[in-house]
Every structure is written in C-alpha cells, then in structure tokens.
Design a binder for this molecule. Sequence first.
Ligand SMILES: Nc1ncnc2c1ncn2[C@@H]1O[C@H](COP(=O)(O)OP(=O)(O)OP(=O)(O)O)[C@@H](O)[C@H]1O
Length: 255
Amino acid sequence: MDNPKLKLEQVNLFAKLKTLKSNQQGYPILQDISFEVTKSEFIGIIGLTGAGKTSLLRLINRLDEPSSGKIYLDNQEYRQIPILELRANVTLVAQESKLLGMTVREALAYPLVLRGLAKQTIEQRVNSWIEQLHIPNDWLGRTEVQLSAGQRQLIAIARALIIQPKILLLDEPTSTLDIGTAEHLMQLLKELTQTHQTTILMVNHQLELAQMSCTRLLHLQQGRLLANQKALEVDWVNLRSCLTQAQTQLDEEWS
Ligand SMILES: Nc1ncnc2c1ncn2[C@@H]1O[C@H](COP(=O)(O)OP(=O)(O)OP(=O)(O)O)[C@@H](O)[C@H]1O
C-alpha cells in the first residue's frame, strides 16, 4: 500500500496496573497489531467483548501509548506530532460523551469557536450538520440531562463531524440509535468518505450496519488481529453465526 495515511507497526499494549512492581509487565491487551489504512477507507472493527476494540481506538487517538511498536500518520511517527495537531486530524467519539453543561447548539458550535472561525461560518456549518443529521429544532436548546442516550450519541457524532477531521474514530456509534437513524448515519458517513476523503474507523457490534458501510473489516480476537479483509471478501453469514456462537459461549463462561 503506497503512502498509507495511518499505519500501525507491531503494536503491543500491556495493562498498567498499580499493583505491579517496576519489573513486572501487566497482562496483554493488544498484541502484535500491524495494519495500514489509506484515505477514504471505511474500516469496521469487530470482535467479542474485551477483544481490545476500544483500546485500539484509544491508541489511535493517542489517549494511551503503545507499550511497544509504532503508529504513523502520513509517515510521521505519532510521538513527533504535537498532540493538539494530532487531535485536530484524528477525532474520537467515545461511547460516553459529555456536552460539558452547554446546550446542544452551543456544544455543536464550541469546537469551531475554539478554532477561531467567523461567527457566520460557524452558524452555517452547524446548521448544515443539523439538517444532514435530521436533528430536530427542539433539541437545540436542551442540555445533556434533557437528552436521551441516543440523542446524546447523535449530538456527540455531529460535534465530531462538524470539525471535519481527516480520521474519524467511532466507538459503537449506533449502540443507542434506532435502526432508521443508524442506517441514515451509516449512509452519511459513507458519503463523507467520498466527498471529503474522510477516513473512518468504526467499532460496531451490529454487523449488518458494518456490512452496509465498511470497505474493510478488522477482526480482533483476544487482543490479536485475526483478520484484515476487504468487505467484499467477507463471508458475512458465516461471520455473524461464528460471532454469535462465540459471544454466547463467553457470556456463559462469565455468568
Ligand atoms: N485501563 C485499563 N487497565 C487495564 N485493563 C484494561 C484497561 N482498559 C481495558 N482493559 C482490558 O483490556 C481488554 C480489552 O478491553 P477493551 O475495552 O479494549 O475491549 P472491547 O473489545 O472494546 O470490549 P467491549 O466490546 O466490551 O467494549 C479487556 O480485557 C479489558 O479488561
């Protein structure tokens, strides 16, 4: 793959536990992860509970550092990139997002205010995303406590889209959305990879949504990359049944 946008090279992540002595290593969370992602790709990240999906997104957003191995953005090693510059290009929407006591409209505008954009530009961009995401007007004056989990999730996604990052990291973005809203969002995100060359990495347990949007699938199993496959080459029926079976078994072991 020529000139990859994002590249992970033999990345390992071990748990940092307070109880460990200085010469001890925590248990492995991610092991020997290597892959490359180019512009405009829509990557689905799947795997059972605890497979390491969120940990992987956190590393790519540099909320955590790899214990060993390297991550590159446009051939520049992550640690060489100033953190604010990195986060302006690589934005994470976590599973739980906060609106910091602002109203929805204020929260949507805030990242653009921080970037010093003109008031009119901010208003135009905010209104455009409100329209594209079908956000009803009566949500705009509400604060976090007046929103449902699904409404909060959609606002968090809107806030990330408004920044227009080069790489968008989504951790289970549809987990609390109704199916119609989820499908509409997948369609919008897919268009964004084409119109803005945005690269998307999305953790999603809902395989049918990954199937409708993703161009490639990364399958994590117990912290290792089990498969890195083009979406068109994935046997979705078989994958769905394997994952369901394995998750049931895992749930039984834990109960
Ligand atoms: N801060 C941490 N310290 C120690 N262990 C952690 C930490 N965060 C995650 N882990 C462990 O790392 C493993 C991977 O967790 P992670 O949250 O990345 O999984 P996941 O695939 O996102 O799971 P889920 O689908 O349940 O969200 C789990 O065994 C978890 O217990």
